[in-house]
Write a protein that binds this ligand. Structure first.
Ligand code: SF4
Length: 357
């Protein structure tokens, strides 16, 4: 684990965000929140993929009133995403939500802000301030001319002060922008300016392909600086894909304690097996495993045995067959059509041993 920027700890359901705690993966449902069955089904798939906090859109009263039913049927903290309407925030809080995302400066009259803060305090739930480069307050935009990192920090401080004036400090802040370099600068400045936990995200980052690259570039840079306490990869895709990408990113930076790693070669003219299909099948299977197992799938005997030996379990291809390695030792030869099956068995055994620890 690398050094993480120290922040104030904030409780969200049964998790503590910030402080010296691990980074948590968040995602957001794409269903209509008032459709409880569909929403719960999607959250179950997200949980299964490794999502640790889930946010739902609360655009109207039907959505806000669905919160208690959703909450009853899921196992991870639930966040309500609310814009402007303080009554929806009150209904969501009353319904047992674990965090709300609302910008206090957009709620309106002071009594309304006070009502939301009072309810959040009574229930012990935090408020996330979501600064977005695309919706900065007019005076800030006029001051800077266009969205800048300084303007975004100023916006965050504006909302933070409203809450602090009401003696409310269970605050989490996000500084999202679709421009990766702007988001990095804004988060970096925010981390230096206040000590509230930061929720990382590159907003509207795009499709599974381009959004993954954009998010990896932006969030990866921040993770490498030790910045960030929760993260969401925003993709125009099934949100389960967001969780998969987030898990990979955390693994890369040594911030995930229970995720498996797959090493596979790019293949070349020496390839002796159908490695691409095997690697994809194994990768898919590893999505279900919650243990830090390193699996290597290499195409031939040139680099194969060396890499495979470094892994907990590995295969190095030869013509129509492969050498199976476990913890550096050759266990046996397996025919190509049995490779995936044999690897899965070995992965299961290693995972079981890890779960029993
Ligand atoms: Fe080529 Fe073998 Fe290296 Fe794969 S492991 S890239 S097949 S040399």
């Amino acid at each position: 684990m690398i050094h993480r920027t120290k922040t104030r700890p904030v409780k969200v359901g049964n998790l503590t965000i910030g402080g010296s705690n691990e980074l948590f993966i968040q995602s957001m449902t794409t269903t209509k929140t008032h459709d409880v069955d569909a929403t719960v089904r999607q959250i179950e798939r997200l949980e299964e993929a490794g999502c640790q906090i889930v946010r739902v859109a609360v655009p109207d009263e039907r959505a806000a009133r669905a919160i208690p039913d959703i909450k009853k049927r899921i196992h991870i903290p639930l966040v309500a995403d609310i814009h402007f309407d303080y009554r929806l925030a009150l209904i969501a809080i009353e319904g047992g939500v674990d965090k709300i995302r609302i910008n206090p400066g957009n709620i309106g009259k002071r009594e309304k802000v006070e009502a939301v803060v009072k309810a959040a305090k009574e229930r012990g739930i935090p408020i996330r301030i979501g600064v977005n480069a695309g919706s900065l307050e007019k005076p800030i935009l006029q001051k800077y001319g266009y969205p800048t990192a300084d303007g975004m920090v100023e916006s965050a401080l504006h909302h933070i002060r409203i809450l602090e004036d009401l003696d409310f400090h269970d605050i989490i802040v996000s500084m999202k922008a679709s421009d990766v370099r702007l988001a990095i600068e804004a988060y970096e400045k925010a981390a230096r300016t206040f000590d509230y936990p930061l929720h990382l995200g590159i907003t509207e980052s795009g499709t599974l392909f381009s959004g993954t690259i954009k998010s990896a570039a932006g969030i990866g840079t921040l993770l490498n600086m030790g910045i960030g306490n929760t993260l969401r990869i925003s993709l125009s895709a099934d949100p389960v894909e967001e969780v998969k990408v987030a898990r990979e990113l955390l693994k890369i930076f040594g911030l995930s304690s229970n995720a498996p790693t797959l090493v596979s070669c790019p293949t070349c003219g020496r390839i002796a097996i159908d490695l691409i299909s095997i690697a994809n099948e194994v990768e898919e299977y590893l999505q279900t495993i919650k243990a830090p197992i390193k699996v290597s799938v290499l195409g031939c005997a040139v680099n194969g045995p060396g890499e495979a030996r470094e892994a907990d379990i590995g295969i190095a291809g030869a013509r129509g067959e492969g050498l199976l390695f476990r913890k550096g030792k050759i266990i046996r030869k397996v025919p190509e059509d049995k490779m995936v099956e044999e690897l899965k068995k070995e992965i299961d055994m290693l995972a079981e041993a890890y779960y029993q620890k």
